[in-house]
Design a protein around this ligand. Structure first.
Ligand code: PGA
Length: 242
């Protein structure tokens, strides 16, 4: 399975710096699937900078309704109109800061797919949930609650304690959780669940990417901080066999 290296730029960049970052990525394209998810206001500029290149563009969130009175929100169709073909949904920062429940994430997945976008649905436990031994139960419940039966996208396992901390999960933890997620996906979706890519995210850097991307059932990476530096993001993409 071809790995997907996705960059989550979060609430960073200006139009000019986003276009420059996209242009630098375009120069260094490698063989794996590559995706960047800039802030919504930068989508048009980034899509233009990457037009005709294999690097894909995605949003970081969308609303669960196709349109309407939702001040400040962005519909999936608007992301598509701006050049996105993917969208990250249910990131732990949105679950925490915007109180997104699994049901909300599920509605967003349906809205995204309805607009022709491929969702990347994030799941992952907190440090406390892991130390109490509840990490599989938490992630299992997030999968059941967030993924509709029509789900046709990618899952990203992002332990909350590893995000932005500089401390990625250990190979053993990633391997065990990805095996668990695979079993759950097969249970939920049958053979289709055996084919879905499961990304790892949380402090993926050039120096740990080779070992993380070589683990069984790791279908790529969702990269935050290191995706803002073209050389680092490209080094991670090369680690994915590009
Ligand atoms: P990080 O973020 O790579 O900066 O840890 C990952 C993410 O939040 O998707």
């Amino acid at each position: 399975m071809r790995q997907l290296i996705a960059g989550n730029w979060k609430m960073n960049t200006t139009t000019a710096s986003a276009a420059a970052l996209a242009a630098a990525l375009r120069e260094g394209v490698v063989g794996c699937d590559m995706l960047v998810c800039p802030p919504a206001t930068q989508l048009v500029a980034v899509a233009a900078a990457l037009a005709g290149s294999p690097v894909m563009v995605g949003g970081q969130d969308c609303h669960g309704s196709p349109c309407g009175a939702h001040t400040g929100d962005i519909a999936a169709s608007m992301l598509a109109d701006a050049g996105a073909t993917w969208v990250i949904l249910g990131h732990s920062e949105r679950r925490a800061e915007h109180h997104e429940t699994d049901a909300v994430v599920r509605a967003k997945v349906l809205a995204a797919q309805g607009a022709g976008l491929r969702p990347i649905v994030c799941v992952g436990e907190s440090a406390a949930e892991r130390s109490e031994g509840h990490h599989e139960a938490v992630v299992g419940a997030q999968l059941v609650g967030s993924l509709p039966s029509s789900f046709d996208g990618v899952v990203a396992y992002e332990p909350i304690w590893a995000i932005g901390s500089g401390r990625s999960a250990t190979a053993a933890d990633v391997e065990a959780m990805h095996a668990f997620i695979r079993t759950e996906l097969v249970q939920l979706f049958g053979a289709r669940g055996g084919e879905m890519r499961v990304l790892y995210g949380g402090s993926v850097k050039p120096d740990n990417a080779v070992s993380l991307m070589a683990l069984p059932d790791v279908g790529g990476a969702l990269v935050g901080g290191a995706s803002l530096v073209a050389a680092d993001f490209l080094a991670i993409a090369r680690a994915a066999g590009g």
